[in-house]
Design a protein around this ligand. Structure first.
Ligand SMILES: Cc1cc2nc3c(=O)[nH]c(=O)nc-3n(C[C@H](O)[C@H](O)[C@H](O)COP(=O)(O)OP(=O)(O)OC[C@H]3O[C@@H](n4cnc5c(N)ncnc54)[C@H](O)[C@@H]3O)c2cc1C
Length: 379
């Protein structure tokens, strides 16, 4: 019997495989695709914090600002001290997976997990590989299998309550400003989320997310707004859960990253939060191995661990996201007028942090009491 079976070789699963293997545990990492990192379903915007955990040089661009486009094409330009990094997501994932393999993890590609069950003695995972049905047992199973997690479906039943649908293209289009991402707000672009354009030289990643289903019509309209209309080189997209699961641990099981909805609600960014959750999962699991306790009660410490680092942030950001999602264009225009003053821009420039945006929101609320009042009233 293995020590751990980790389903999924995205950043969260590979990083967890690395940490557990490094401690000498027998880890089987199952990945349904034949190649790690493909197909790409990501814009690849991260902060330098990610590189405190992961060794990777897969960098496509670094940017230091953002153009926030409000309804009516009114734009606020912000800049930051620290750089935001745009990664090549496929090679980034390969780098993290390389760390896991280097530490001794057994990565099996083309292995699609079909079902998972647990009992008091072990976890059992059934997967299909080269047309054959295979079953493996381990002391614990971890769902690192993304937004449509089979581990979550098999053992936890429900899914995160708030999900964003997305579309994105790689377009042969060179943005004039290679040092800023553009963010498009308002009902022309999305139901409650936003659109984006991220420069990487002569290719621009253009996409949008929308709460619930139905992002496609917004997306087609958005693409037409670029002049000249860009040539599309690749198309991607998919769901992003933006609310974490009520429970991310169970008997002989844990959920990390997107599988547990451990994603930043305001931006839909889940690379950093997935890696943070994997870090704490490794800690809880190794403590469980040492004390031979992998029951639900013991593994609850995983929730405490990851929430102690990012739980408060995700909870507050989730509330702000719901508030933002309910705003109509008229209110967004009011918001534009409130925050387009030099003083507010200074606050954004000094406090803006895409991993921890609640600090900025708090400062802006203090500076603009009318926004705070609307937030408290829920409109
Ligand atoms: C269009 C788009 C843009 C995004 N942009 C950003 C961004 O700019 N910055 C950011 O931080 N985040 C972004 N995200 C979110 C980010 O991609 C995810 O949060 C992140 O990939 C989560 O990592 P993960 O390891 O939890 O899951 P994933 O990266 O989804 O990895 C899950 C892995 O599990 C495998 N798998 C799934 N089911 C099975 C199965 N049954 N058997 C075996 N293997 C299985 C999958 O093939 C996959 O390799 C974006 C998402 C989308 C859709």
């Amino acid at each position: 019997m293995r020590d751990a079976i980790i389903v999924g070789a995205g950043p969260a699963g590979s990083y967890l495989s690395h940490l557990l293997s490094k401690q000498g545990y027998d880890v089987l990492n199952l990945e349904e695709h034949e190649e790690v990192g493909r197909p790409v379903e990501c814009t690849g915007v991260v902060t330098e914090r990610v590189f405190r955990y992961v060794r990777s040089r897969s960098i496509a661009n670094t940017v230091s600002g953002a153009n926030i486009v409000f309804p009516g094409n009114r734009t606020i330009k912000i800049g930051k001290q620290e750089k935001t990094i745009v990664i090549y997501r496929d090679s980034f994932d390969k780098d993290v997976s390389g760390m896991a393999i280097g530490s001794g993890a057994d990565l099996r590609l083309g292995s699609r997990v079909r079902s998972v069950r647990v009992n008091d003695g072990y976890a059992e995972v059934e997967f299909r590989e080269s047309g054959e049905l295979i079953s493996e047992r381990a002391r614990i199973v971890i769902g690192a299998d993304g937004a449509n997690s089979i581990v979550r479906k098999s053992l936890y039943g429900h899914r995160p309550s708030r999900v964003v649908s997305t579309y994105q293209v790689d377009a042969s289009f060179t943005m004039d400003d290679q040092d800023s991402v553009s963010v498009f707000l308002g009902r022309d672009f999305s139901n409650g989320f936003f659109g984006w354009a991220v420069p990487t030289g002569n290719i621009t990643r253009i996409g949008l997310g929308s709460i619930g289903k139905g992002a496609l019509p917004y997306f087609l309209k958005m693409i037409r707004q670029f002049n000249p209309e860009p040539k599309i080189l690749a198309i991607t997209g998919g769901p992003i859960p933006i609310s974490y699961m009520h429970r991310t641990s169970g008997n002989r099981s844990l959920l990390v990253g997107d599988a547990g909805g451990i994603v930043k609600p305001l931006t839909g960014g889940g690379i950093y939060t997935g890696i943070v959750s994997a870090y704490w999962a490794a800690r809880a699991i190794s403590e469980g191995f040492e004390s031979d306790r992998l029951d639900q009660r013991f593994l609850q410490r995983y929730e405490k661990y990851w929430k102690s680092e990012i739980g408060r942030e995700l909870r507050i950001d989730g509330m702000i996201q719901k508030f933002y999602a309910a705003l109509n264009d008229r209110y967004l225009s009011r918001l534009y007028r409130s925050i387009s003053s030099d003083r507010s821009i200074d606050i954004i420039n000094s406090k803006g942090d895409i991993d921890y945006p609640s600090k900025l929101a708090l400062q802006l609320f203090l500076k603009n009491p009318s926004i705070a009042l609307s937030f408290l009233r829920g409109n």
